[in-house]
Write a protein that binds this ligand. Structure first.
Ligand code: SF4
Ligand code: SF4
Length: 385
């Protein structure tokens, strides 16, 4: 990437200082993957395997099916579970005292058994000896999931990250945070004395450094570095130490259209509309637009039938503006800013996909356009036609 950009933010939008827990939803909706067969009875326990892919986050009763919206915009058929609030669990396995003592194979097998194949894959495809990196950066404006996981679970994250380092025989591990993330800098600095093999690296507040490719390029890290996120290390702790599935998802509800932005931890399968009704206060007489999964990379969506899934990262209620798209003034900013050398303006004129063939959907071209042209959305729309 040639140029680094700091995105503008409204500093009046402030998050509550703690993660809000939403742990007792009345209903849970779990999307049923194609070809997946439910092999459970009507009564289900918390953490029961309902099919090859589905784990119940609550105990209760299967009461039917319902179509719900996913964060990617797809509508899928979901199994509906009525929560009995008894939290009846499947048989508990003993907590492992020292996770650093397990072998790499054991760790990878456990990650796969607990549906964390994507993390096992990251570790397997890279150099087993590291360097090992914990990337705690959030790129999207107003979103703070990784930042909150870091500051709320600092000790757990450090203990688990250091154990992973030992299991993988990495000499040095690094934690990366942005210079604007003062709370995590303080939290990690206070505890790092106990972890001589972990270094803290502070980087400027540039967009895209949360992405693996760009942070590697910015810090000149080898391609083979193993890059984890705080939320992934938290999930690995669940698996390796507590031998449990991760049944909750952490995401941000924020924006300048609400009074009380906050980071939420909710059961996977919860209805987003119930979470909004219970925890969020909209600004009076303020029309808003709802963005799912970020202003830069997400999409506008009505959250009415949206459910919490492992890929939900944010719900942003932004004030509706009257900014009208204007004629392109041929300023060249969209292709100058593009980190992948694409030419969105040329694509709009010619529809030739080679002009945007390396597009990573980062949204910078739309962000920078002085004529308010939503280039990213137009490119996606035209490509899908
Ligand atoms: S969305 Fe695509 S075309 Fe636009 S700046 Fe990002 S990579 Fe370039
Ligand atoms: S940034 Fe906007 S106005 Fe400038 S060339 Fe690109 S599309 Fe045209």
């Amino acid at each position: 990437m040639k140029k680094y950009i700091t995105l503008k933010k409204d500093f009046n939008v402030k998050l509550n200082s703690k993660i809000t827990k939403h742990s007792n939803p009345k209903y849970i909706y779990l999307p049923i993957p194609k070809e997946d067969k439910i092999h459970s009875s009507i009564e289900v326990k918390k953490e029961e395997k309902l099919s090859d892919f589905l784990i119940s986050p609550v105990s209760g009763k299967i009461v039917g099916m319902k179509y719900c919206q996913m964060p990617n915009g797809n509508v899928e058929k979901c199994l509906t579970i009525l929560n009995d609030y008894k939290e009846s669990m499947m048989e508990r396995k003993a907590v492992r005292k020292n996770i650093a003592k397990i072998s790499k194979e054991e760790m990878l097998n456990e990650l796969k058994d607990y549906h964390l194949e994507h993390i096992a894959f990251k570790i397997e495809k890279n150099d087993p000896n590291g360097p090992l990196i914990l990337n705690g950066i959030e790129d999207e404006p107003y979103v703070a999931n990784e930042i909150f996981v870091g500051k709320e679970y600092t000790s757990l994250i450090l203990e688990t990250f250091d154990a992973i380092r030992e299991i993988l025989s990495c000499q040095i591990a690094r934690i990366i945070v942005k210079s604007s993330d003062r709370e995590n800098i303080e939290a990690y600095t206070n505890l790092l004395g106990t972890y001589p093999n972990i270094e803290l690296v502070i980087v400027p507040d540039y967009y895209l450094l949360g992405e693996e490719t760009y942070i590697k390029e910015y810090l000149h890290l080898p391609d083979s570095s193993i890059m984890l996120r705080p939320s992934e290390v938290y999930q690995m702790n669940n698996t390796m130490k507590r031998k449990r599935h991760t049944l909750d998802q952490i995401f941000t509800i924020s924006g300048d259209g609400i009074e009380n932005p906050q980071v939420i931890e909710a059961k996977i399968g919860s209805a987003v509309i119930d979470i909004i009704k219970e925890h969020i206060k909209k600004k009076k007489d303020q029309k808003t637009v709802c963005y799912i999964n970020g202003l830069m990379k997400g999409q506008i969506m009505d959250p009415e039938t949206l459910i919490v899934t492992p890929d939900l990262t944010s719900i942003l209620f932004m004030k509706e503006t009257n900014l009208q798209e204007e004629e392109c003034i041929n300023c060249g900013k969209c292709y100058t800013v593009c980190p992948k050398g694409c030419n969105p303006r040329a694509f709009l004129e010619t529809k030739k996909t080679k002009t945007i063939k390396n597009c990573i959907d980062c949204g910078l071209c739309s962000y920078i356009c002085p004529s308010f042209i939503n280039l990213r959305q137009r490119m996606k729309g035209d490509q899908n036609e």
